[in-house]
Design a protein around this ligand. Sequence first.
Ligand SMILES: Cc1cc2ncn([C@H]3O[C@H](COP(=O)(O)O)[C@@H](O)[C@H]3O)c2cc1C
Ligand SMILES: O=C(O)c1cccnc1
Length: 342
Amino acid sequence: MKLLNETLKKISTLDAEAMKKASLHIDSLFKPLKSLGRLEDLAIQLAGITKNPFPSVDNKAIIVMSADHGVYEEGIAPDPQSITAIQTPNFAKGLTGVCALAKQARADVVIVDIGIAKDIQDHRVINRKIRYGTSNMAKGPAMTREEAIKSLEIGIEVTLDQIKNGKKLIGTGEMGIGNTTPSTAIFSVIGGIDPEEIVGVGAGLPTEKLKHKAAVIRKAIEVNQPDPKDGIDVLSKIGGFEIGGMVGTMLGAAAERIPVVVDGFISTAAALIAITIEPKVKDFLIPSHYTAERGGKVAIELVGLKPMFDMELRLGEGTGAALAFNFIEAATFMVKEMGKRP
Ligand SMILES: Cc1cc2ncn([C@H]3O[C@H](COP(=O)(O)O)[C@@H](O)[C@H]3O)c2cc1C
Ligand SMILES: O=C(O)c1cccnc1
């Protein structure tokens, strides 16, 4: 709890002076005013986050949190639960979708076991296992409040380690069979939306099972009665360990004034919990893409962010964040490389 409290205390506001300097500089560049559109907004936000009108984000990492879900036993996901444990070492080997995109963006991928249902033998996977998957949220709380806080603090610690190692830009990623179910539950509770309105197929659930997935989510909310104003209560009752880890990454990066990129559906659920815990964190979040998962648009609107692009991705892992790194780095090149108006 100490690390979480210290981190929350450190989260401040954007630096208005650096933003003004960046804005004046961008307006002085050799181009029609505002003609680089949202790239200009991005450069100004980066200045505000880093307190530097000319920041560099060349050293980047995607932090992937991996965990399993007790609610899997309700039949809410199309794949065997063992895929989480099978796929996790593939992040260390560079074989997953996010690894390919991160390689192109010259970013490291950091993979953390924060609650996979099996032991992972690969030493390159950081072992911060809380336990072997959450409990079934359709029957009771997914985790205790203490475990939820632990997941946040693990996310903070792993992120601070990366920042200490020189990372200037962080992306959030995840792996966890079944995790679109707790994510949808989080949007339902905090947004006050019926699960049936936003539930989607995740990794490919047959559409005839969508009503069942929504009913499981509704039951989990009824059984647990999470307090929508208490992000930690929501996380503990209907969340997941990897979602908590991603929230921790967002809080830790914001506290250190490091820009942190929101990925897809699950990462958006983490962002919603992060801003429920500390609204100031929102200014430090950079949205990436519109996920193709049904409910994704409503979800990112709940956070109050406008993604940069829509490539119809629906993989997660941090793939959208890795693609977004290119836009973010491009914004820093614009301010540093362009010439001024005569
Ligand atoms: C091989 C494979 C790789 C993945 N990488 C990310 N996900 C994505 O799909 C899962 C969420 O969807 P659902 O809630 O329907 O299970 C998460 O693991 C998410 O990261 C994957 C899913 C699979 C099958
Ligand atoms: O948008 C995502 O992150 C997503 C969507 C479906 C399944 N897994 C992840």
